[in-house]
Design a binder for this molecule. Structure first.
Ligand code: GDP
Length: 298
C-alpha cells in the first residue's frame, strides 16, 4: 500500500533539490504535485484540500530553519501534515476502571472482524490480560466456528451460544458473556458482531442493541482498507447507526492505493487505533501515525 503515493511524493521533492530558496511559483508547483499524488492515491477530496492548503501556508510562512534546505523543509512539513491527518498521537486502548473492559467490534462482513477479534485477543494475552472472545456473529453460518478455531489458535477462550444460551439472539449472548467474564475473572471482553455485505438497517439495529446491552468501553469500527472510498461511506453509516470510538484498518498488506487509510480519521473524526496486515494472528499492531507517515515518505 502507498507505493504510488510514495513514489510520486519522492519525485516531487526531488524537483526541489538544489534550490536555495522557494519562490511562490515553486510552492504552487509543489502543492499541485502533492494534490495530484493524493488524489491518485484515492484520498478524499476534502482531505486533499485541507492537506494542500496547510502545506502551502506553512511553506510560505515563517518556518525557515537554518538547518534545513527548502526541499528538506517541504519534506518535514509534508511529514508533519501526514502525521496530523493520520491522527497525530497514537491512541491507546482505554481500559475500564473496574470490572472487565468491553471492546465491541462492528463492520461489514468480510472486513476482517472475526480475524481481528482473535488478533486483538492474542495481543492482549501477550500483555498479561485474560481476554474472553464472544461470538455474536450469528448471521454468517461459519462465523462462530471460525472464531472458535481462531480463539483456539490464540489460546483464548470463546464464549459462543449453545442451545438454550441464546441461539439466534446475539444481544442475549452478549449480555450473558459479561456475566461469564465476571464469573471467570476475564479482564477484557471482545465482542464480535455480525456484518452484512452492505450497509443494512437491521444489522445496524442489532449492533446498536448489543452496544446498549454490554455498554462497551470501546466500540471499534473494523474496515477493509482495500475498498477505497467505499470505506468512508461505510464508516459514516456506522458512525450514524452504531457510533464508535476508534477505527481498525485491515488488509493494509494489500496493494490498494491507501486513500481510505489516509482519509478516514479526517472524515470520521475517530482515530485509527490498530492495523491488520495479513491473515496470520500476529499480523497486527497498534497504529502509529508517525510511523505510517515515515513509511509513506521513506
Ligand atoms: P468478517 O466477516 O468481518 O468477520 O471477516 P473475516 O475475519 O472472516 O475476514 C475475511 C477474510 O479476510 C478472511 O479470509 C481473512 O483471512 C481475511 N483477512 C482478514 N484480515 C486480513 C488482513 O489484514 N490482511 C489480509 N490479507 N487478509 C485478511
Amino acid at each position: 500500500m502507498f507505493a504510488t503515493l510514495s513514489d510520486r511524493l519522492t519525485a516531487t521533492f526531488k524537483n526541489l533539490r538544489g534550490k536555495g530558496r522557494l519562490s511562490e511559483a515553486d510552492i504552487d508547483a509543489t502543492a499541485r504535485e502533492i494534490r495530484i499524488a493524493l488524489l491518485e492515491a484515492d484520498v478524499a477530496l476534502p482531505v486533499v484540500k485541507d492537506f494542500v492548503a496547510a502545506v502551502k501556508e506553512r511553506a510560505r510562512g515563517e518556518e525557515v530553519s537554518q538547518a534545513l534546505n527548502p526541499a528538506q523543509q517541504i519534506v518535514k512539513i509534508v511529514n508533519e501534515e501526514l502525521v496530523s491527518i493520520l491522527g497525530g498521537e497514537t491512541r491507546r486502548l482505554r481500559y475500564a476502571k473496574s470490572g472487565p473492559t468491553v471492546i465491541m467490534l462492528a463492520g461489514l462482513q468480510g472486513a476482517g472482524k472475526t480475524t481481528l477479534a482473535a488478533k486483538l485477543a492474542l495481543w492482549l494475552k501477550e500483555q498479561g490480560k485474560t481476554p474472553l472472545l464472544v461470538a455474536c456473529d450469528l448471521q454468517r453460518p461459519n462465523a462462530v466456528n471460525q472464531l472458535q478455531v481462531n480463539g483456539e489458535r490464540a489460546g483464548v477462550p470463546v464464549f459462543a451460544p449453545e442451545p438454550g444460551n441464546g441461539v439466534g439472539d446475539p444481544v442475549g449472548v452478549a449480555r450473558a458473556s459479561i456475566e461469564e467474564a465476571k464469573r471467570k475473572l476475564h479482564d477484557v471482553v471482545i465482542v464480535d458482531t455480525a456484518g452484512r455485505l452492505g450497509v443494512d438497517a437491521e444489522m445496524m439495529a442489532q449492533a446498536a442493541g448489543i452496544r446498549d446491552a454490554v455498554q462497551p468501553d470501546e466500540v471499534l469500527f473494523v474496515v477493509d482498507a482495500m475498498i477505497g472510498q467505499d470505506a468512508l461511506t461505510t464508516a459514516q453509516a456506522f458512525l450514524d447507526g452504531v457510533g464508535y470510538d476508534g477505527v481498525v484498518l485491515t488488509k493494509l498488506d494489500g496493494d490498494a492505493r491507501g486513500g481510505a487509510a489516509l482519509s478516514i480519521r479526517h472524515v470520521t473524526g475517530r482515530p485509527v487505533m490498530f492495523a491488520s496486515t495479513g491473515e496470520k494472528l500476529t499480523d497486527f499492531d497498534v497504529f502509529h501515525p508517525d510511523r505510517m507517515a515515515s513509511r509513506i515518505l521513506d
